[in-house]
Every structure is written in structure tokens, then in C-alpha cells.
Design a protein around this ligand. Structure first.
Ligand code: SF4
Length: 209
């Protein structure tokens, strides 16, 4: 990572962490992917039951591989014939991994979901939620975070899953109501009722989309 970008990310992350603290959530700054992996593993006790949404960032920092190879009960939805059988176990999990579609400089998290398994788990259920967030996802305010979620994250995800949505063809949100839409639920997390539940690891890197 370029040293000027790193300096900017370090400074911005301090602001984000303060914002998270004001919302009863805990933030961490990782200078690189390796450090992010270390912080995440420190937050997850061995023998924990862990599951996740579609979180590319957790794959990118090597966390999914570490959990699969370690002494953890990792619920892998891709190993189930019907992923809904995995989704139903989510609410009893010790730990849930996710990224955000976008977040604000003052600590508000924005997530969009089609199936809604991810946003429901983020809002309620797993005892601990760990977000892995590349600094590329930090936006100025809630409006710009929503714009990022709908015009960057959602179109890329729609393309990734080969969905028949306008954004798959144009690369931008057309506010569709197509049967394939992945924009069914918008979750804005502005405060956590539960002390110690939400942890956000900000990574000095470009992760996910
Ligand atoms: S509302 Fe439709 S067009 Fe817009 S991002 Fe979501 S799926 Fe794509």
C-alpha cells in the first residue's frame, strides 16, 4: 500500500473507531491483511461455532481458511445441499463474520441483502459479529454509503451471481423490482444495544467490493 494512502487510512480509521465507540461498537485498525487476520483470530475463541454471510474480505485475509483448518466448528453453507439448513443455525452461533457494503466515517454500517439471511443475522442472533472492512468501503456519510452500496457493491454482486438485473448490464443501480433483485432489505446499523457484540476490523487495503 502506498505510504500516503496508508497515512490517510490510519488517520481516517481513528475517526471511524471513535464513531464506532460512540455507537457501542468496537473498532480496530489493521495495517495489513496479516494483522487483520491476527486481530480476528484473537476475537474468536477456539471451539467456537462460526458462520458467515458471503464475505469476500474474510476469504481475502485468510480467515476462512484459518477457521476451516483450526479447532473451530465452522458452519460452511456451501457444504449443505440446501443452504437454508445452514442459515437456520446462524442464530445460535457464537460468532458471525461479514463485511459491509459500505460504512460511514462516523461508524454507521450499511448492508443490502436479497435473501435477507445476512442482514437478519447482523441485526440479531449470533453472540458476536465481526466485520472485516477494507478502507475502500468507508464513505463520508450515510447518503454516500447508500450510494456506494447500491451503485458499486450491489451491481458487482449481481454480476458475480449471474443475476438478471438492470445493474448486471449497466453497472449502475436502476432501482429495479426485478425478481432477481438483491436489494430487498437495507440494514443501517447506527447503534448496538449489546455491549461487546459488534467488532469492526478496518483493514489498510482494498478488500471485497
Ligand atoms: S435495485 Fe436492482 S438494479 Fe439496483 S442495484 Fe439492486 S438489483 Fe441492481
Amino acid at each position: 500500500m502506498n505510504e500516503n494512502i496508508t497515512k490517510r487510512n490510519e488517520l481516517l480509521a481513528q475517526k471511524v473507531i471513535k464513531g464506532l465507540e460512540s455507537r457501542n461498537m468496537t473498532g480496530y485498525y489493521a495495517a495489513n491483511q496479516k494483522e487483520a487476520l491476527k486481530i480476528a483470530l484473537e476475537l474468536i475463541p477456539e471451539k467456537s461455532t462460526i458462520t458467515m454471510g458471503g464475505c469476500m474480505s474474510a476469504h481475502e485475509i485468510g480467515l476462512v481458511e484459518a477457521l476451516k483448518n483450526g479447532d473451530y466448528n465452522f458452519i460452511d453453507r456451501y457444504s449443505y445441499e440446501d443452504p437454508r439448513d445452514a442459515y437456520r443455525q446462524v442464530f445460535d452461533a457464537d460468532c458471525y463474520l461479514s463485511s459491509v457494503n459500505a460504512m460511514t466515517e462516523d461508524g454507521v454500517l450499511v448492508n443490502i441483502d436479497g435473501n435477507s439471511n445476512r442482514v437478519s443475522a447482523l441485526a440479531f442472533g449470533p453472540k458476536k459479529v465481526i466485520f472485516i472492512v477494507g478502507m475502500n468501503k468507508v464513505c463520508n456519510d450515510t447518503d454516500s454509503a447508500m450510494k456506494r452500496a447500491r451503485n458499486v457493491a450491489a451491481p458487482i454482486n449481481a454480476q458475480r451471481f449471474g443475476l438478471n438485473t438492470p445493474c448486471s448490464k449497466t453497472g449502475a443501480c436502476m432501482d429495479c423490482k426485478s425478481p432477481d433483485t438483491i436489494c430487498c432489505q437495507f440494514l443501517i446499523t447506527r447503534y448496538s444495544k449489546h455491549e461487546g457484540r459488534i467488532h469492526v476490523i478496518l483493514v489498510n487495503d482494498t478488500l471485497g467490493f
